[in-house]
Design a protein around this ligand. Structure first.
Ligand SMILES: C[S@@+](CC[C@H](N)C(=O)[O-])C[C@H]1O[C@@H](n2cnc3c(N)ncnc32)[C@H](O)[C@@H]1O
Length: 257
């Protein structure tokens, strides 16, 4: 029987990004269907919610990719591309000599994305990417890490599709651990933003998306566990950078040459 090293065994152990949220779905098997249905139903409101923040998130995504080293001519895979918030910034940075590919399992989100660009979009999951190995210079993922079923499975796929020397950039939400920081962040993300979302869209589904957002970020595993999961699948220089306390955190890592 072939021997399996301790490292390989560890990288195969599932790491769910958050504890189950029973107030939204009853059994773990229902989670994926619940998430897909939620994004399909709310796709038409997603950019309206982004506009509540004066589209500052779009600028932030683009600048942060630039600082992470995204350059003209690169081939990029934007996982969980949604309506294209990361895709559009990446396409500007790589220019006409580069190419951005978007992948997302929600047909609703992809249909909205198609309205703003004509680049390649594919249906697919982070944990089973429909792309060949050693193919991309950069893999990006904007605020979607909490939706994959297993961090090891998704990160293993990012590692596989990257060329040696390629990099990942993952944008995630940050919830401070201090009592006061947590209370303030909760006030903003669990009360203020779902309320503003309902007022501006008139949609209970759009408010539900923001309620779900808060619950997943509040229950998400801590940054050191995410960094460790990146290392477990083989990434070098894995680290997290806190950008805006109570809002954004980014993860970066590299596939060694
Ligand atoms: C909050 S949106 C993020 C969209 C965009 N990346 C951004 O920065 O705004 C989350 C996206 O994750 C997608 N998603 C959910 N489960 C996924 C999975 N297992 N693999 C890849 N994408 C997934 C959803 O369909 C949705 O489009």
């Amino acid at each position: 029987m072939p021997r399996v090293s301790a490292e390989a065994k560890k990288a195969n152990d599932p790491v769910p990004p958050h504890t189950p949220l029973r107030e939204y779905y009853r059994a773990d098997e229902e989670r994926e269907g619940y998430v897909m249905d939620l994004f399909d139903r709310t796709a038409k409101y997603y950019d309206t919610v982004e506009a509540l923040f004066l589209n500052g998130g779009l600028l932030y995504r683009r600048l942060s990719l630039k600082f992470a080293g995204l350059k003209p001519g690169m081939r990029v895979l934007d996982v969980a591309t949604g309506t294209g918030a990361v895709y559009r910034g990446a396409a500007r940075l790589v220019g006409p000599s580069g190419r951005v590919f978007g992948v997302d399992p929600s047909a609703g989100m992809l249909a909205v994305s198609r309205k703003s660009h004509d680049g390649p979009l594919t249906r697919g999951f982070a944990q089973a990417l429909p792309f060949k190995s050693d193919h991309f210079d950069f893999v990006t993922m904007g605020i979607a890490l909490r939706h994959v079923p297993d961090l090891h499975a998704a990160f293993g796929e990012y590692f596989r599709v990257l060329k040696p020397g390629g990099q990942i950039w993952l944008l995630e939400s940050h919830v401070p651990k201090s009592k006061i920081g947590h209370a303030l962040t909760k006030l903003v993300w669990a009360k203020l933003i779902p309320g503003m979302t309902y007022l501006s869209t008139g949609s209970r589904d759009a408010k539900l998306l923001m309620d779900y957002y808060w619950d997943t970020i509040d229950k998400c595993v801590e940054p050191p566990q995410i960094v460790q999961a990146l290392r477990d699948v083989g990434f070098a220089d894995a680290r997290s950078n806190l950008i805006v306390p109570g809002a954004f955190l980014e993860y970066r890592a590299r596939k060694a040459v």
